[in-house]
Design a protein around this ligand. Structure first.
Ligand code: FAD
Ligand code: SF4
Length: 328
């Protein structure tokens, strides 16, 4: 690991001002991703600006009946909160499916959104990787393809986004609150992640020095009837091959509201809007769920080594919606 300096910023403004003008500086949350990557010399910041004490660790009521979650909350604190478990169970389940108890105690909500891909070639500095070193190529395309994306990928990068929490946040239409060098703004989670076609080296639309301070969950009564399911190679302590966050409301046998997002299949949490449109107003039947899943996955462009993800995603969507219908 390269030597680095550590700074405990005194307030949000000075943290933002420091990181905005120093390309070699990074914010530090729980450090569970950043410090890992520093040890491997994938990332080599010279200055870490600790922001954990600057951003809130509480949940407050938001306008319109939603909740405002402080970006400094740990993943375990958020998962355990009674309001989250009752009103947004998919979010609590997604958080608890990630990492380990100890890691979730350290990992922050802000850092979770910005964790980097687990593509093994990104994490191996001896391999070509356009995300780590633009223009060097992509070792994954001709390498081990099991974990790669099937949706939204580009020839330059086929990596997936690893966060479970972000998948539930995408399904719930969560909105980030940030403070950057140009002031405060809000960014819907569904607009946070950039397409690899825009340049895989930059994962998100955040500007240099832009700090996530909170995440707003809009009120969504349908979310009380929701679940998160993660399919992976090991039952715990493994990233998703495919995951599904789903919420469903069925009245008189027809779908009246649905939220659906997929993880492990794209460079971002994949909001399945095509499937949602195909479901609303139609009978809540297994055939309908299958047709909707297939409509969403028609855009999939798998490689030889990850083609299994397409039927896996379809079957997981169908079984989730069936289970939610039976529980309705
Ligand atoms: C062994 C292992 C297994 C794991 N398994 C899973 C899993 O199954 N599912 C899953 O979803 N995750 C998993 N994780 C990843 C874990 O969830 C992330 O490492 C964690 O959420 C990152 O949060 P952090 O606070 O530690 O971020 P850090 O490592 O501190 O930071 C990550 C990035 O976010 C930036 N950052 C941090 N806070 C802010 C902020 N407030 N505003 C702007 N930028 C900020 C940092 O500069 C850095 O670029 C695993 C991690 C490990 C080590
Ligand atoms: S898939 Fe993306 S992250 Fe992985 S090696 Fe290729 S360019 Fe790098």
């Amino acid at each position: 690991m390269k030597p680095f300096a550590y700074q405990r910023a005194k307030d949000v403004e000075s943290a933002v001002a420091t990181v905005a003008v120093r390309p070699e500086a990074s914010f530090l949350g729980g450090g569970t991703n950043l410090v890992d990557l520093m040890k491997m010399e994938v990332l080599k910041p010279e200055l870490l600006v600790d922001v954990r004490h600057l951003v809130s660790r509480t949940i407050e009521p938001a306008h319109g009946g939603g909740l405002l979650i402080g970006a400094g909350m740990s993943n375990n604190e958020l998962a355990a909160d009674r309001r989250i478990r009752r009103r947004y169970p998919m979010l609590s389940q997604a958080l608890l499916s990630g990492a380990s108890y100890q890691l979730r105690n350290l990992a922050t909500v802000g850092g979770n959104f910005l964790q980097r891909t687990r593509c093994p070639y990104f994490r191996d500095v001896t391999m070509p990787c356009n995300k780590r070193e633009p223009g060097t190529g992509c070792a994954a395309r001709d390498g081990v393809q099991r974990d790669l994306a099937v949706l939204g990928a580009d020839a330059s990068c086929v990596a997936t986004h690893p966060s479970d929490m972000a998948v539930a946040m995408a399904a719930l239409d969560a909105v980030l609150h940030t403070v950057g060098p140009s002031g405060e703004r809000t960014i819907p989670v569904n607009e946070l992640y950039r397409s690899p076609a825009e340049g895989p080296q930059r994962d998100t639309v955040l500007e240099r020095g832009e700090l996530i301070t909170a995440v707003e969950l809009p009120a969504a009564p349908v979310a009380a009837h929701s679940r998160y399911r993660k399919v992976r190679d090991r039952a715990s302590y493994a990233f998703a091959l495919v995951s599904v966050a789903a919420a469903l409301e069925v009245r008189h046998g027809s779908v009246t509201q649905v939220r659906l997002a997929l993880g492990g299949v794209a460079h971002k949490p994949w909001r399945a809007t095509t499937a949602e449109r195909a479901l609303v107003g139609r009978p809540a039947t297994e055939a309908g769920f299958r047709a909707a899943a297939e409509a969403e996955l028609a855009a999939a462009r798998p490689l030889a080594g990850n083609a299994f993800k397409v039927p896996l995603a379809r079957n997981t969507i169908v079984s989730m919606l069936r289970d939610l219908t039976e529980g309705a």
